[in-house]
Design a protein around this ligand. Structure first.
Ligand code: FES
Length: 564
């Protein structure tokens, strides 16, 4: 089908919006509330208006579907005038603190205004004067900076199936906030941060941990150490055009050392340790008869979702701490220096890891991938400048390919199955019927694998909306399962709420490739081959699932369904 945009013939697909067709043709129509891959446009901002030949009324291009013979003008004088007026009205009650805003230089509203040559305030609505919600350990909500685009509502309701925030009020009294105007800490929010990733302004942002960190780095009496999650170097490699994960890890390690970190560890090491404990726990459950399905517990938003919304499944969660928290415990117990305070930092693709650190302990700060650039800038460094790579620090430097896979959806289960097969004396390659769903990118994948003569029903799910649907089937008895990996963010940690806002659906594909490549490049395939992990069991734990490993590496959960 062909339509005409600004006098040019543009080929388009049936069912496509004018906004999408124009974008493919290289015509960028300004828009605010529309999001990539969102099937439910709110059409709340009206910024994407276009003129349609033969009709007086302007149409929103994000909702208007293409049709044969359609002719639109995207940048006519009338459209430009009205669009500019819409943005000016948004600015009327927006605070003027752009200089100090966390999104300074990266604000979509500010970019829109600049693109329309708006250089002053024409309408005076005054600041909204609402209190900033800092109640959550992970996310800050500033209603004064909200432009009511509704992206956060769409993501929270339609993608994640949580509905922690919604529109309330009418007219000038319209706001987006948690139910009963409570703080995020006592709302249904699971701190996944997907709302933060899509917010165009500074209305939703991660809670910064810079203040304590910068002081610690300047203090010679403090040993400052970092651990880096597997999704982070994969992201840096893609963003900086590096060959792969090892090169990005080296660069990041070098950068953190330059700004004063004493040691940099690899969280993929404790991903291997998690697999050792989790595979053992699963085999133990097979012997004890359940409870099934066993759910992975690496993702703090998923854990909080179960505690808040489905506490009857608490017993199904693996009791293993996440790799972040296992590393935090090991660092606290094995990496402290006599006479120096320890300041332990985790670099994660996730906002909920900030919450997990507060909940489980042993960490002083969690930085998201997004916060790395601004942290380096504080010390006058940039990733794209000349930085010397550095090795990661022993004893938490070695990782198997399985550990590297933790960055993407399916990786935890694949790694656990590799080690479970080894423990059952059935090492070898997983069959294509298992690998294909493990390595796919659908939000829910199911498959069976035979282990110790028993057929196991497995599932991989990413995105809490898909996880909730899966739980409903498990509850109804229509989807019997034994072992399930759940990641709250679509695509797994690479799609985490702390990842750069530039990571799109297409970007996720590139990150999956980096993670698979990192797995292939590791000499060791499974967690059970990791020599440093084997040494740790010899020196500290004895064996997986031992009393000592339960003291250090496992955790309990709380039924939070009766929260205030
Ligand atoms: Fe179309 Fe907001 S982008 S109405």
């Amino acid at each position: 089908m062909n339509i005409e945009i600004n006098g040019r013939t543009v080929a388009c697909h049936e069912g496509e919006t004018v906004l999408a067709a124009a974008s493919r043709a290289g015509i960028q129509i300004p828009h605010l509330c529309a999001m990539e891959n969102s099937s439910v446009p709110h059409a709340s901002c009206r910024v994407c208006l276009v003129e349609v030949e033969g009709q007086a009324r302007l149409e929103t291009s994000c909702t208007m579907k293409v049709r044969e013979g359609l002719s639109v003008r995207t940048h006519s004088p009338r459209v430009l005038r009205i669009r500019r007026n819409i943005v000016e009205l948004m600015l009327a009650s927006h605070p003027d603190d752009c200089l100090y805003c966390e999104r300074s230089g990266d604000c979509e509203l500010s970019r829109l205004a600049a693109g329309m040559d708006i250089r002053g305030r024409r309408y005076g609505g005054g600041s909204k004067g609402h209190p900033v919600d800092v109640s959550s350990p992970a996310i800050v909500r500033d209603p004064n900076k909200c432009v009511l685009c509704g992206r956060c509502v769409t993501v929270c309701h339609d993608v994640q199936g949580i509905g922690a925030i919604d529109y309330t009020g009418r007219g000038f009294g319209t706001f987006i906030r948690p139910g009963a105007d409570s703080g995020l800490d006592v709302s249904d929010c699971v701190f996944c941060g997907q709302c933060v990733r899509v917010c165009p302004t500074g209305a939703l942002r991660e809670k910064s941990a810079f203040a304590g960190l910068v002081d610690a780095l300047a203090d010679p009496g403090t040993r400052v150490v970092a651990q880096i999650a597997p999704a982070v170097p994969a992201t840096l490699a893609a963003e900086l055009g590096l060959r792969g994960v090892p090169e990005a890890l080296g660069l990041l390690s070098g950068a953190l050392r330059r700004i004063g970190f004493d040691a940099v560890y690899d969280t993929a090491f404790t991903a291997d340790l998690t697999v050792m404990e989790e595979a053992h726990e699963f085999l133990d459950r097979l012997e004890q008869g359940g409870p099934f399905p066993m759910f992975t517990s690496c993702c703090p938003s998923w854990v909080r979702f179960v505690e808040l919304h489905r506490p009857r499944f608490i017993g199904n969660l693996s009791t293993c701490k996440s790799p972040q928290q296992m590393a935090a415990t090991l660092i606290r117990k094995r990496s402290a220096e006599p006479g120096r305070r320890l300041f332990s930092v985790a670099v994660m693709p996730c906002t909920a890891k900030k919450y997990e650190a507060v909940e489980v302990g042993d960490l002083d700060a969690v930085l998201t991938t997004r916060e790395l650039g601004p942290l380096l800038e504080k010390f006058g460094l940039r990733f794209d400048a000349d930085l010397e790579p550095a090795e990661l620090d022993e004893p938490f430097a070695e990782a198997s390919g399985g550990g590297r896979l933790f960055g993407g959806s399916g990786g935890v289960l694949e790694s656990a199955l590799r080690t479970a097969a080894h423990l059952k004396g059935e090492s070898g390659k997983l069959s294509p019927s298992v690998l294909t769903p493990l390595q796919g990118d659908e939000r829910l994948r199911t498959f069976t694998v035979t282990l110790g003569g028993r057929e196991l029903r497995c599932a991989v799910v990413s995105g809490l909306g898909a996880a909730r649907a899966l739980l409903e089937q498990v509850e109804a008895g229509t989807l019997p399962l034994d072992f399930v990996e759940v990641m709250s963010c679509p695509g797994g940690c690479i799609g985490g709420g702390g990842q750069p806002r530039s990571v799109s659906e297409g970007g996720l594909k590139a990150l999956r490739v980096k993670i698979r490549d990192a797995d292939r490049r590791e000499k060791l395939q499974g967690a059970h081959e990791n020599r440093a992990v084997i040494r740790l069991y010899e020196e500290v734990f004895g064996e997986a699932g031992s009393r000592k490993s339960h003291q250090w590496l496992h955790r309990g959960y709380t039924d939070r369904s009766e929260r205030p």
